[in-house]
Design a protein around this ligand. Structure first.
Ligand code: PLP
Length: 400
């Protein structure tokens, strides 16, 4: 008899973490593996942010804070939303949590009743369906094919909404596809949502600064202000400021939702680390030139990967519009045989083959709800990416 609660039976561990673990296990055996599984910036956190943390710790900012976050961090977040996104929120409309992930978890815990549905446009961030299931909800996966730019269309949305729909998740730029929504795309979705007042909108904008080809970011909140009382804008410092380990995410949204999320936070983790909150104030209010530098580096890597992958016979790649992943199509490998005679039945088999024979760790599309693809993270140096592409090329060339 297992002592693990039955609610865990439906939840899978993170696929990207699993890919990294598999890479680590091979490395431990002495195999030289390139790990492109996990997505996190490879840059150090900018100095002035680290300095602000030192200062806060030395100045005695070492106590519990309010569950929703310090006044300073919530003001900094409200200021960021005003300045960068044209959104009119005050510090009272903001909460911080231990990463955007905890924001999402708290929001779902605060709202989902058993059987409530959450619409997840696929490909989606791997944690969305697992969190929904863990909290008793039902993920409704809507496949958004490459032909729609991996974007949800108004028609697909309309078809997916039922009286039980509680949430629509949007993520832009998207992980894993890099897809971005324009103002008019968002307004068209907003027009559908206006007809369905039971639907809350979670707009995960954590990659907003990693945007390519001169695109300007439009927040869902800016495009659809008429839906403000049922929109949760989710963001955080992990990706923009190379602060994944600091664990600070934030959100702005309607008061009753934020209050419930703060209650959950106060009874689970009390607050976010006080020092990480001080660092976040420095990140949001301080100089932004590093953010621009990171963006440029990610764009150069995107170009390198698009160029390299498109030269490989058997793989396809639409240039990602943002974020730091490449969602690589592998339809023409499916059904073919590896040199060892293994049939590549699906994208999980392709990722497995690339790991074991190509020595490159990636994450299969099945984890993101849209196959046959595999995702590589491009958040690593150009040298490593060049070597990884060469290995992928060599492995694919051997498929019969
Ligand atoms: C779309 C998306 N949302 C949220 C997160 C988690 O961010 P955080 O580090 O703030 O928890 C990630 C991390 O990979 C992500 O890709």
């Amino acid at each position: 008899m297992s002592y693990i609660a039955s609610r865990l039976s439906v939840v899978k561990p993170s696929a990207s973490m699993a890919a990294s673990q598999a890479a680590k296990a091979l490395r431990a055996k002495g195999v030289d593996v390139i790990d492109l599984g996990l997505g996190e910036p490879d840059f150090p956190t900018p100095h002035h942010i680290v300095d602000a943390a030192h200062f806060a710790a030395k100045a005695g900012q070492t106590l519990y804070t309010a569950a929703a976050g310090t006044v300073e961090v919530r003001e900094a977040v409200a200021g960021k939303f005003r300045r960068e996104n044209g959104l009119d929120y005050t510090a009272d409309d903001v909460v911080v949590a231990n990463g955007a992930k905890q924001i999402i978890f708290n929001a779902l815990m605060a709202t989902l009743e058993a059987g409530d549905e959450a619409i997840l446009p696929a490909p989606y961030f791997v944690s969305y369906p697992e969190m929904v299931k863990l909290l008793g909800g039902t993920p409704v996966v809507v496949e958004c094919p490459e032909t729609t730019g991996f974007r949800l269309t108004p028609a697909l949305l309309e078809k997916a909404i039922t009286p039980r729909t509680k949430w629509l998740f949007l993520n832009m730029p998207g992980n894993p596809s890099g897809a971005v929504y324009s103002q008019s795309d968002l307004k068209a979705l907003g027009a559908v949502l206006a007809k369905h007042p039971q639907v809350l909108i979670l707009s995960d904008e954590i990659y907003e600064h990693i945007l390519f080809d001169g695109r300007a970011f439009v927040s869902f909140g800016k495009a659809c202000p008429e839906l403000k009382d049922r929109t949760l804008i989710v963001n955080g410092v992990s990706k923009s400021y190379a602060m994944t380990g600091w664990r600070v995410g934030y959100a702005a949204g309607p008061a009753p939702l934020l209050k419930a999320m703060s209650t959950i936070q106060s009874q689970s983790c009390t607050s976010v680390c006080s020092i990480a909150q001080a660092a976040t104030v420095a990140a949001l209010n301080g100089p932004q030139d590093e953010v621009a530098r990171f963006r440029q580096a990610f764009e150069a890597r995107r170009d390198l990967v698009v160029d390299g992958i498109r030269k490989i016979n058997g793989l396809t790649l639409s240039p990602p519009e943002g974020a730091f992943y490449a969602y690589i199509g592998c339809a023409s490998l499916i059904g073919r045989k590896t040199p060892k005679g293994v049939v590549l039945e699906d994208d999980a088999a392709v990722a497995n083959y690339l790991l074991n024979e190509g020595r490159v760790a990636s994450v299969p599309g099945v984890a993101y709800g849209l196959s046959p693809y595999f995702r590589i993270s491009t958040a690593t140096s150009e040298e490593v990416l060049t070597e990884a592409i060469a290995r992928i090329n060599a492995a694919v060339a051997q498929v019969e």
